[in-house]
Design a protein around this ligand. Sequence first.
Ligand SMILES: Nc1nc2c(ncn2[C@@H]2O[C@H](COP(=O)(O)OP(=O)(O)OP(=O)(O)O)[C@@H](O)[C@H]2O)c(=O)[nH]1
Ligand SMILES: [Zn+2]
Length: 330
Amino acid sequence: MSGGRRPLDEDDVRVRARGGSRPRTRIRPKHEDAREGFVTAVDRGRYRCLVEDRPVVAMKARELGRGSIVVGDRVALVGDLSGRPDTLARVVRVEERRSVLRRTADDTDPVERVIVANADQLVIVAALADPDPQPRFIDRCLVAAVDAGLDPLLCLTKADLAGPDDLLRTYAGLDVPHVVTRRDQGLDALSARLAGRTSVLIGSSGVGKSTLVNLLVPAAARAVGDVNPVTGRGRHTSTSAVALPFEGGWIIDTPGVRSFGLAHISPDDVVAGFADLAEAVAACPPGCPHTAGAPGCGLDAGVADGVLAPDRVASLRRLLSSREPGDDRA
Ligand SMILES: Nc1nc2c(ncn2[C@@H]2O[C@H](COP(=O)(O)OP(=O)(O)OP(=O)(O)O)[C@@H](O)[C@H]2O)c(=O)[nH]1
Ligand SMILES: [Zn+2]
């Protein structure tokens, strides 16, 4: 910072203000030589990182304790950064995360896990047919996106089998962008929305997510296919996310993640995932549980007046009640 090669920004000011009394880990001299890396995959305690353009495998330095390192993390690495086979670097620091995408295993399980760090878009992949679209799944993902501060994008696949109009009508009241894809046509609209961004792809089994990833990033060679009804095999079994470089950004595939438990999300934040219902809910009495028949609930009034779609209201209510704790929140 002494050369004055660039103008000071807010960050510099903050470092200086704190400087003397509480040194930040960032300037700990011990790791002066650490290099920056980007975590692209996590596999049994080994972190695959990209350092400049070099893939480097690393372990977590003991000093980091139990803190998690996830795909998308920006980390500082020391040790052997050559990337040669059988070398192992060490992650000595995880940089502050811009966003975290979390899930709980199911709706009443309060243990939450961060699945991806630093993403800025959640691509909700849903098939228009085979399997039929699942609005409940989409709604759940929209809530998770809002909670994580990610921009949602609806990616509607298999348009050769069914048109998108019905599904789009359901989400017309939401300000969520969408793209429609089919495997026998180009993916320009989707590509344009992915370029330069860090996007997490989520979708339930069989919607064609691997097919999309393979078309976008052919080198990734994600396994595609139906489960063999006899052996149950034929699909990739990896459960952890992996980041694939794509046009100045990253596509993060989440093969083992089929949905989001929402136990870590407050009722208000669940409602925030239903922007089309926000106005009606604003009229509810304080502490309204928004259940059917709750006194004064704006959702009932909205449905009765014909201004709210009954299926959207039902979906919100289902999500709210599914995450009511059995006994874990007492
Ligand atoms: N008709 C049609 N079929 C498609 C399309 N995209 C994918 N499929 C088929 O749908 C099936 C599932 O595709 P995958 O890409 O394996 O789906 P996935 O979402 O990755 O599923 P998992 O492997 O369980 O994660 C395969 O048989 C694909 O060939 C499409 O645009 N149209
Ligand atoms: Zn209410």
